[in-house]
Write a protein that binds this ligand. Structure first.
Ligand code: FE
Ligand code: ZN
Length: 239
């Protein structure tokens, strides 16, 4: 079993989410996408956890800025996509599409998803049905196309659409309200989208992250996941 602690970083600026992942059986822990050092160290101290790994979804600084400090502080090993080896400093373990990374006894499948960047990966903890999507998939929206093409992004969307409905996903930013207008506009099921947004607003008001949301709900309400084909997806992206 994986314990997942959500840590808000760059609050009010970029609203990144870093995640502290603890394999409960072994006690082995990792930090995923350490955006900012202070809030992560604080939570580690509160929980008396010493992360052994730093897991990255992609090279952008708002996901990797804490890498070096945490590596020094905890002696943690940086795990990232082999394709980002030239631009993420100090990678200790390079992973590739389809690899399985063991965090103690919790297995994570590496899924390559080009689009936001070339070399972006998802961390899919299969047994726990927890999917860490970085800047590929947010609540009700997707990440911008910084490096890939719309066609590559659609391939990545199809990989997510193929995952089981009961998988819960954990995005790299709190961007739910950014996607609200499009979600309502494109939704074939307005009441589902409205219910999604009501729940999101309620959680945000309480200072809680909207995540995690099930892929079932996301496939219904996220206009990029609910697109039926590549042409429709690209129209929704504005291409
Ligand atoms: Fe990014
Ligand atoms: Zn980001």
């Amino acid at each position: 079993m994986l314990r997942i602690e959500t840590i808000l970083c760059r609050a009010g600026i970029m609203d990144n989410y870093a995640y502290l992942l603890i394999d409960e059986k072994s006690g082995i822990a990792a930090v995923l996408d350490p955006s900012e050092v202070a809030p992560i160290v604080k939570r580690c101290q509160e929980l008396e956890v010493k992360p052994e790994y730093i897991l990255n979804t992609h090279h952008h600084y708002d996901h990797t800025d804490g890498n070096q400090a945490l590596k020094q502080m905890f002696g943690a090993k940086i795990v990232a996509h082999a394709r980002d080896a030239h631009r993420i400093e100090g990678i200790d373990i390079a992973v590739n599409d389809g690899d399985v990374f063991m965090l103690g006894e919790s297995a994570a499948k590496i899924m390559a998803v080009d689009g936001h960047t070339l070399g972006h990966i998802l961390w899919y903890f299969t047994e726990d049905k927890a999917l860490f999507t970085g800047d590929m998939l947010f609540n009700l929206c997707v990440g911008g196309l910084f490096e890939g093409t719309p066609a590559q992004m659609w391939e990545s969307i199809l990989k997510i659409k193929a995952l089981p409905d009961d998988v819960m996903f954990y995005p790299g930013h709190e961007y739910t309200l950014h996607g609200a207008r499009e979600a309502l506009y494109f939704s074939k099921d307005k009441s589902a989208a409205e219910a999604y947004l009501r729940r999101a607003q309620d959680r945000l008001q309480k200072g809680m992250p909207v995540a995690p949301v099930s892929l079932a709900e996301e496939k219904k309400c996220n206009p990029y996941l609910s697109a039926e084909n590549e042409a429709e997806f690209e129209r929704r992206l504005g291409y």
